[in-house]
Design a protein around this ligand. Structure first.
Ligand code: ATP
Ligand code: MG
Length: 224
């Protein structure tokens, strides 16, 4: 279970103060896929970042599978993320100077998986995403849709308990985006991942088990 209780996050910038999240509470059952929806600026990215420990709210509690992640020190949080979280971002987040193979292998290397076991797992993943022959390519040699599929493979390579995806389809056309989401949900479910996916796309809401609707940093609706 992933739980947020009374999460508030404020940003101060040149524009003054912005209340990105205001007293937000939710719970996501283990193994479920939840869509986070809302207009631009409603707080979706901030919510995902707070769940993944990338952002620290001023108030509230975030519990991921029984671990109070806000109580973790920098190093402990880092280890928690490495072991338990996979991230997919809007424009992919592959390292441009590593090959596709090396990108997908990266979380496995961090986990201490080496040699044949690592090679086998990466090849299996590349086959699963329908790109068995791209291991030696560099990210800039792939299309946007292919890049996002590799990003999903990398996010899931180390079998994380949670997969956090921030508008993973927004740089793709609707068919490519739909295929990516289906692939991501299928792969996540196969591995028992709990998934939190932010989106503007109403079709993704239908595919998810539940949805959280945000407006101006507040939850307006939670659908099961
Ligand atoms: N680092 C930051 N500094 C200042 N303000 C920020 C920062 N990050 C986000 N905000 C503000 O917080 C609010 C919520 O932003 P957030 O990125 O969570 O929205 P979003 O729902 O993900 O939007 P989008 O759909 O455009 O990605 C916005 O008003 C945004 O401008
Ligand atoms: Mg965003």
């Amino acid at each position: 279970m992933i739980e947020g209780k009374g999460i508030s996050k404020e940003f101060r910038s040149g524009r003054g103060r912005v209340q990105a999240l205001a007293d937000v509470s939710f719970s996501i059952e283990t193994g479920k896929a939840v869509a986070v929806v809302g207009k631009s600026g409603s707080g979706k990215t901030t919510l995902l970042n707070c769940v993944g420990g990338l952002e620290r709210p001023e108030r509230g509690k975030v519990s991921c599978f029984g671990v109070d992640i806000l109580s973790l020190s920098g190093k402990a949080l880092c280890l928690f993320q490495r072991r338990n979280a996979g991230f997919v971002f809007q424009y992919g987040n592959l390292l441009s100077y590593l090959t596709v193979f090396e990108n997908v292998a990266f979380p496995l290397t961090l986990k201490g998986i080496r040699g044949k076991g690592k090679e086998k797992r990466v090849q299996e993943l590349l086959e699963r995403i329908g790109l068995p022959d791209v291991g030696a390519a560099l990210p800039h040699e792939l299309s946007g849709g292919e890049l996002q599929r590799v990003s999903v493979a990398r996010a899931i390579a180390h079998s994380p308990k949670m997969l956090l995806a921030d508008e993973p389809t927004s740089s793709l056309d609707s068919t490519t985006g739909w295929n990516l989401i289906e692939l991501m949900f299928d792969m996540g479910k196969e591995q028992g991942c709990t998934m939190v996916v932010s989106t503007h796309d109403p079709e993704i809401i239908d595919l998810a088990d539940a949805s959280i609707h945000l407006r101006d940093g507040k939850i307006t609706k939670e659908d099961r």
